[in-house]
Design a protein around this ligand. Structure first.
Ligand code: MG
Length: 161
């Protein structure tokens, strides 16, 4: 069995009046991530972690924000496409851990739903997908709900048969 680790990071500004979609889940919050797509920073970081581990470049190369067809794209669909490529290359998600740093929407109440949704998109065991919310302690440019930053690390496995 071959194992590979990938790391993903993403950052989006939170703006009033945008739908707040994070981790593939609609959150009840008055501000949402700004972006060319729906701005789901969690799914973007996860996609980059997968692509990194599989050695398949990155999300920005696959879905350039210069292309109109990705405008307001559903990031769940983008991640689904990433998953298809990763799977086609013979990789499976063995473990995924995600940290969501924000003082915008509360993450804890949505954790279970995010884990289930991400596991579904990646055809993975929900126990293998973990989501953690982190406060910014009022520090930095993202404090006060101005943005969301996400780190994701994933382990892919490839089984020789
Ligand atoms: Mg992004």
């Amino acid at each position: 069995m071959t194992l590979r680790i990938g790391l993903g990071f993403d950052l989006h500004r939170l703006v009033q009046g945008r739908p707040c979609t994070l981790g593939g889940v609609q959150l009840d919050h008055p501000a949402g991530p700004e972006g060319h797509s729906d701005g789901d920073a969690v799914l973007h970081a996860v996609a980059d972690a997968l692509l990194g581990a599989a050695g398949l470049d990155d999300l920005g190369s696959l879905f350039p924000d210069s292309e109109a067809r990705w405008k307001d794209a559903d990031s769940a669909e983008l991640l689904g496409e990433v998953q298809n490529r990763v799977q086609a290359a013979g990789w499976r998600v063995t473990s995924l851990d995600i940290v969501i740093a924000t003082e915008g929407p509360r993450i804890a109440p949505a954790r279970a739903a995010m884990r289930a949704r991400i596991a579904e998109l990646l055809d993975a065991d929900p126990d293998a997908v973990n989501v953690k919310g982190k406060s910014l302690e009022g520090l930095g440019a993202l404090a006060g709900g101005a943005g969301v930053a996400v780190q994701a690390v994933c382990l892919l496995s490839q089984h020789a048969d």
